[in-house]
Design a protein around this ligand. Structure first.
Ligand code: NAP
Ligand code: HSE
Length: 437
C-alpha cells in the first residue's frame, strides 16, 4: 500500500516454518499492511543450500547463503530467524542484534540454552526478541502469559508441548500403527525436529517448559532439574492397558507450585480419558494454566507444522511493527528479576503410578513384587494380568502385569524399582508412569 511506510524484513531459514512465513506474507499482504500500519517487505532470505528445490518460488525476493548480506543491510530492521540448532544460529542472532536489528524466532533450543544472555544483550542495546512460535506452535501462549494473565500469580501449568510425540501416541493407539512408521510420517509432515530424538525423548518439551516456567514463575529451571522421560519405551500394550483403565497416555509437561516449591516434569503420564488434555490428539498441543484470580484457562490447537507456526511468527511481526512487541519484551526482562522459587526434589514428587512389568509366568512372581512394594509402603490400587495359555512344551511363558498404585513418592518407587529389577522373574524393560491428578 503506497501511502504506508515500509518495514524491511530479513528471513534466516526457509524450511518448514520459513516457507510458511513467506506464504502468509504473500497471501495476506494488504491485510497485514493494514494491521501492521506499514508494508511488510521481505528483502532477503538466507538458506544453507541455494541449489535445493523449494516449494515457494523466489519471486522478487533475493535468496542467498550469506547471512552478512542481512547483517550489513542497514535497511533491514527486523530478522526472522527460523533455522534450527544452536550454532551457527546463536552466532547469527548475536550478529543481527549487534547490528541493531530486532529478532523474531521459533528456535526454542537456542532460547533454552542462550536465552538469558541473548535477552540481556538485546535489553542492553534496546533491541527486542519475540518468540511466540517457540513454545506451542500456533497457540498464542507467550502473549497469554506475558500480557493477558499478568494480574495472576500462576499456580500451575499442565501442557502437551510436543506435537510429534502427541502425533505418535495418537496414531499408535487409534491407528495401531508402529512407532517407527508414525515417526517417519511426523518427519514428512514437518512436525519433527532435525534430530527427532529431541521430540521423542522429551527434550524439546522440556526446553519449552523451561521457557514457559521462566515466564510464568520467574524461575529458570535447567534440564538437569526437570524430571524428564520420553515416549520411546512405551509399547502399544501400555497405551491399550491405560485405555482399558479409563486413561490416555500423554507426554505431559507440568510446572506447578506445591507447598511453595516448584515441581517441574516432562513425562508420559496417564490422564483420565474425559479430560481435555487426554482428548488433545495428533500434532495438537494444549496448555492448561491455573492463575489465582482467573482460575483455569485452556489454550489448544496446532503445536507444530508449517502454517500454524508461521501464523505465530507473523503475529510477532505485526506486534513488532505496531510497537507492542517492544513493550512486551521490556516486561519479559522485568519478570526475569523475580525471586527464584525453590525446586521440589525429584524423590519428593507425590503421585499415583502405573507400573508395567514383563515377568516369567510362574508361581510367586506377583507376591514377590507386591512384597517389595509393601515394604516400601507403596499401596496397590489395582492389579491386572491377562490370562496366558498353559505352558507349551514345558517352556516358560511371560506375563504382563499392570499395577496401579495409590499416591506415593518418586523416591519410594525408585527404591522399590531397584529391588524389583533384581528379581530373577523380571524380563525386559519395566515401565513406570505417573498418573495425573
Ligand atoms: P527446517 O525445515 O529444517 O528448515 C531450516 C531452514 O534453515 C532451512 O531453510 C535451512 O536451509 C536453513 N538453514 C539451516 N542451517 C543454516 C545455516 N547454517 N545457514 C543458513 N540457513 C540455514 O526447520 P523448521 O522445521 O522450519 O524449524 C526451524 C526452527 O523452528 C527450529 O528451531 C525449530 O525447532 C523451530 N520450530 C519448528 C516447528 C515446526 O513445526 N517445524 C514449530 C515450532 C518451532 P536449507 O533449506 O538450504 O536446508
Ligand atoms: N518438533 C516440534 C514438535 C515442533 O513436534 O512439537 C514444534 O515446536
Amino acid at each position: 500500500m503506497n501511502s504506508l511506510p515500509d518495514l524491511n524484513v530479513g528471513l534466516v531459514g526457509c524450511g518448514t516454518v520459513g516457507s510458511g512465513v513467506v506464504q502468509i506474507l504473500r497471501a495476506h499482504r494488504d491485510l497485514l499492511s493494514i494491521r501492521a500500519g506499514c508494508n511488510l517487505n521481505l528483502r532477503r532470505v538466507v538458506v544453507r543450500d541455494l541449489q535445493k528445490t523449494r516449494e515457494i518460488c523466489a519471486g522478487d525476493v533475493e535468496f542467498t547463503n550469506d547471512v552478512s548480506s542481512i547483517v550489513n543491510d542497514a535497511s533491514i530492521a527486523v530478522v526472522i530467524l527460523v533455522m534450527g540448532g544452536i550454532e551457527p544460529a546463536h552466532q547469527y542472532m548475536r550478529q543481527c542484534l549487534d547490528a541493531g536489528k530486532d529478532i523474531i524466532t521459533a528456535n526454542k533450543a537456542l532460547l533454552y540454552q542462550h536465552g538469558p544472555a541473548l535477552f540481556q544483550r538485546a535489553g542492553h542495546s534496546g533491541r527486542t526478541i519475540c518468540f511466540e512460535a517457540a513454545v506451542a506452535g500456533g497457540i498464542p501462549i507467550i502473549s497469554a502469559v506475558t500480557q493477558a494473565l499478568t494480574a495472576n500469580r500462576i499456580v500451575s501449568i499442565e501442557a502437551i508441548l510436543n506435537g510429534t510425540s502427541n502425533f505418535i501416541l495418537t496414531r499408535m493407539l487409534d491407528g495401531r500403527q508402529p512407532y517407527e512408521d508414525v515417526l517417519r510420517e511426523a518427519q514428512a509432515l514437518g512436525y519433527a525436529e532435525a534430530d527427532p530424538s529431541m521430540d521423542v525423548d522429551g527434550t524439546d518439551a522440556a526446553q519449552k517448559l523451561s521457557i514457559l516456567t521462566q515466564l510464568a514463575f520467574g524461575t529458570r529451571v535447567t534440564l538437569e532439574n526437570i524430571v524428564q522421560q520420553g515416549i520411546r519405551q512405551l509399547e502399544l500394550l501400555d497405551l491399550q492397558a491405560a485405555a482399558e483403565l479409563g486413561y490416555r497416555i500423554k507426554l505431559l509437561a507440568t510446572s506447578r507450585l506445591a507447598r511453595d516449591r516448584l515441581e517441574v516434569s516432562v513425562q508420559p503420564t496417564l490422564v483420565r480419558a474425559d479430560r481435555a488434555v487426554a482428548q488433545t490428539s495428533g500434532p495438537d498441543n494444549i496448555v492448561a494454566i491455573v492463575g489465582d484470580s482467573v482460575g483455569l484457562i485452556r489454550l489448544s490447537g496446532a503445536g507444530a507444522g508449517r502454517m500454524p507456526t508461521a501464523s505465530a511468527v507473523i503475529a510477532d511481526l505485526v506486534d513488532y511493527a505496531t510497537g507492542r512487541a517492544a513493550i512486551t519484551f521490556r516486561s519479559v526482562l522485568r519478570m526475569q528479576a523475580l525471586p527464584e522459587l525453590p525446586l521440589q526434589p525429584r524423590e519428593d514428587l507425590s503421585r499415583r503410578y502405573y507400573l508395567r512389568f514383563t515377568v516369567a509366568d510362574r508361581p510367586h512372581v506377583l507376591a514377590d513384587i507386591a512384597d517389595i512394594l509393601g515394604r516400601h509402603e507403596i499401596s496397590i490400587s489395582s492389579v491386572r494380568q491377562d490370562e496366558t495359555p498353559d505352558d507349551v512344551d514345558e517352556q516358560e511363558g511371560v506375563a504382563r502385569l499392570v499395577i496401579m498404585t495409590h499416591r506415593t513418592t518418586e523416591g519410594r518407587l525408585q527404591a522399590a524399582d531397584a529391588e524389583i529389577a533384581l528379581l530373577p522373574s523380571i524380563r525386559g524393560v519395566s515401565i513406570r508412569l505417573p498418573v495425573a491428578d
